[in-house]
Ligand binder design. Structure first.
Ligand SMILES: [Zn+2]
Length: 685
């Protein structure tokens, strides 16, 4: 084949594929089979791979292929992308019509009604019939350049259909990218199978899909688009009627939602709204209202805008969808502080394309106020992105004779079973067992976090693993991890070095002051600040343990502390009344955790100009204390051994620093040697 012949062949194939796309996506009526389509596509790919210099950027094979960008470029909208005003009732709608009619002193009908698609507004520009730029709405004036991502949506032509090429080839079209509900459900199912997070709703995921930095990611998502507005380039008008512009969009191969309608009077308008308010649940895309526009573009111009909203259009918003379903069971989540939050296990039901099988019940009060009972038929509503809520028992609910008012559990759910307490306001119920398996994972994550015991290497994820593998089942077991090295080694990513570092960090955390430990217990209401206030009065764990033997007295002391109220004091008393918690305190005392902050005030200049490195663990003194001791007596403590190091202080289980010191001929000493250097403070030990 001649070069020009091949070029011609490619051009014909592209045109045939474009036409087939238009039939498939726009007219929903293909004249060729999938098989034939694939054959043409494969042939095109084949020719292009043989003659890469003949690949045109708008070939249907070139939808994906641009490399990821690190950020989106900004795009200035030629005419701003406005947002619509809303009306929420027929009264408000009639008001809007009256107001608008008054401005132009003539009838504003016909109006064009369209379904308002729940997705992401975008603008797509064509020049000489080719797609050249696509952008998000952004703030209305400046959006983000998403051209490479928009190209991956198969229903958007990269070139507008050749038949119309000469008629309309320079224009801007605006539309809404959306995630079809059926595709959203299967997409989430797939993600779940792959162990990935699922997306909360189709709207957010359509927006997320378009805003991927890597177009390949966008291409994986089955998003689609409806166009709803057509603008000529440089403000030139293509037609004088909005209805006509919707027809042109379709004609040139840009997909429109087909349920738009020309409306001639108020009655028709109400009928249209009522019809779609009920029928929208049968659509494969989310709609949250009806867009109502004045048809005549001349009238639109006369009406103009107020700020960022046009006077010639408004959106009638549907009330949130309410559906009925059965409340199977009332369950409880146990939070970190032990507060039980009730939630409803529902017979699965779809609202706005999202399968709902759970709803929050907030607290005890709400269940009682609404008299919700297991097996009731209830009404639920999902307003925007909020987790669905139960509005109440349905009018259609029929209770059988055995239906009983919901009774709250007296014990924490299995496997904890500890007694539960009510808070003083009787709103929430609390499990105060610090080893409660229902809350333990979250408590463990909290215990090791920055404001608490600050154990580096025991982040949220590792805590979850240790909890799930049953390596740590109570807080004190953190400090026994050194006996479980084999089990730690079995965790992916854990090697000897990492484990030793972790154990060292755990050991060092023992030096944390009592206020950190008290915070770390996770008692409801006892955060960092309250813990610090308390530990000014009750300075260490031993002190605290002694006081727990007379809870009434302890309560008095706590209430006497400025800033600690009776509720927090009450929570602490409930906590210490749990046997398991007293056991925990004793474990920590044995481990010598929870001492008061020691201030070594003694200072000399004995260690002036001397540099120390510390390695290993120490029995009586804590590492921080040793550091303070050296610093207070004029010495310097550094982390790494070098030629400039004078002494290595050696503890138990030393690390690699010992070898470094030996190699560098650094003098090695133990704590007793250090005491000899500072005889003045010997009595302190
Ligand atoms: Zn519990």
């Amino acid at each position: 084949m001649q070069h020009s012949e091949i070029k011609n062949r490619i051009a014909i194939l592209i045109e045939e594929i474009e036409l087939a796309n238009k039939e498939y996506y726009i007219e929903e009526n293909s004249s060729i089979s999938d098989f034939e389509y694939d054959k043409k596509f494969t042939k095109l790919l084949e020719l292009e791979s043989k003659f890469p210099n003949l690949i045109v950027p708008n070939s249907p094979t070139q939808r994906v292929g641009n490399s990821p960008s690190s950020q989106f470029k900004q795009v200035l909208h030629e005419s701003p992308m406005l947002s619509l005003s809303n009306v929420f009732s027929f009264e408000e709608l009639e008001e809007w019509i009256k107001r608008t009619t008054k401005i132009i002193s003539k009838d504003i009908f016909p109006l064009i009604c369209e379904l308002k698609i729940d997705g992401l507004a975008v603008s797509v520009k064509y020049e000489n019939g080719s797609l050249i730029e696509a952008s998000t709405r952004g703030n209305g004036s400046i959006g983000e350049d998403i051209t490479n991502n928009i190209r991956t949506i198969n229903s958007i032509p990269l070139r507008i259909n050749s038949i119309n090429k000469n008629k309309y080839d320079n224009f801007e079209a605006r539309g809404e990218v959306y995630f079809p509900i059926s595709k959203f459900i299967s997409f989430n199912k797939e993600r779940l199978n792959q162990g990935l997070n699922i997306y909360s709703n189709p709207r957010n995921s359509s927006s997320g899909s378009v805003r991927q930095l890597d177009p390949k990611e966008t291409a994986k998502r089955p998003i689609n688009i409806f166009f709803y507005s057509l603008l000529g380039s440089e403000g030139k008008e293509i037609t004088n009627s909005h209805l006509k512009s919707l027809e042109i969009l379709r004609e040139i191969g840009l997909r429109t939602e087909k349920n738009f309608k020309k409306i001639n009077n108020l009655e028709e308008l109400k009928n249209y709204i009522n019809y779609w308010s009920n029928s929208r649940k049968n659509l494969d895309y989310g709609t949250d209202g009806i867009v109502i526009k004045v048809d005549s573009l001349n009238l639109q111009k006369t009406l103009g805008n107020t700020g960022r909203t046009p006077r010639w259009a408004t959106a009638f918003k549907f009330p949130p969808e309410v559906v009925e379903t059965k409340l199977n069971k009332i369950n409880f989540n146990v939070g970190r502080t032990g507060v039980l939050t009730p939630w409803a296990d529902l017979q699965p039901v779809f609202i706005d394309g999202v399968k709902i099988s759970k709803a929050t019940l907030h607290n005890k009060d709400e269940i009682q106020r609404k008299d919700l009972r297991e097996n009731d038929l209830v009404e639920i509503q999902r307003a925007g992105e909020v987790i669905p809520q139960i509005l109440g028992v349905s009018k259609n609910n029929i209770r059988n004779i055995n239906s009983k008012e919901f009774s709250f559990p007296r014990n924490c759910p299995d496997p904890c079973n500890s007694n539960l307490f009510s808070d003083p306001n009787e709103v929430s119920i609390i499990c105060v067992n610090s080893s409660c398996p229902n809350k333990f994972e979250r408590l463990l994550q909290y215990f090791t976090s920055k404001n608490c015991m600050d154990i580096e290497g025991l982040g949220k994820k590792i805590c979850s693993i240790l909890f799930k593998k049953n390596i740590i089942a109570s807080l004190s077991e953190i400090y026994k991890l050194n006996e479980k090295k084999d089990e730690l080694l079995s965790i992916e990513g854990f090697g000897e070095l990492r484990i030793n570092n972790l154990l060292l960090n755990i050991e060092n955390s023992k030096n944390k002051p009592f206020s950190c430990l008290l915070t770390a217990f996770g008692i409801d209401g006892v955060g960092v600040e309250i813990a610090e206030l308390i530990t000014k009065k009750i300075t260490n764990l031993k002190n605290f343990e002694e006081k727990t033997q007379t809870p009434e007295e302890l309560k008095e002391i706590l209430i006497g502390i400025d800033g600690v109220g009776p509720i927090v004091a009450g929570n602490i008393i409930k906590w210490v009344n749990q046997k398991g918690n007293i056991k925990l305190i004793n474990c920590f005392l044995e481990l010598k955790i929870g001492s008061e902050i020691k201030k070594i005030v003694h200072s000399t200049t004995n260690l002036e100009n001397k540099t120390f490195v510390i390695t290993g663990t120490f029995e009586i003194l804590k590492r921080n204390d040793i550091e303070d001791l050296i610093k207070n007596n004029g010495g310097k403590v550094v982390n790494k051994v070098s030629k400039n190091t004078d002494y290595l202080i050696l503890g138990n289980n030393p690390g690699s620093k010992l070898l470094d010191a030996q190699n560098n001929n650094i003098k090695i000493m133990n704590i007793d040697d250090l005491k000899i250097l500072i005889p003045e403070i010997e009595s302190k030990f």
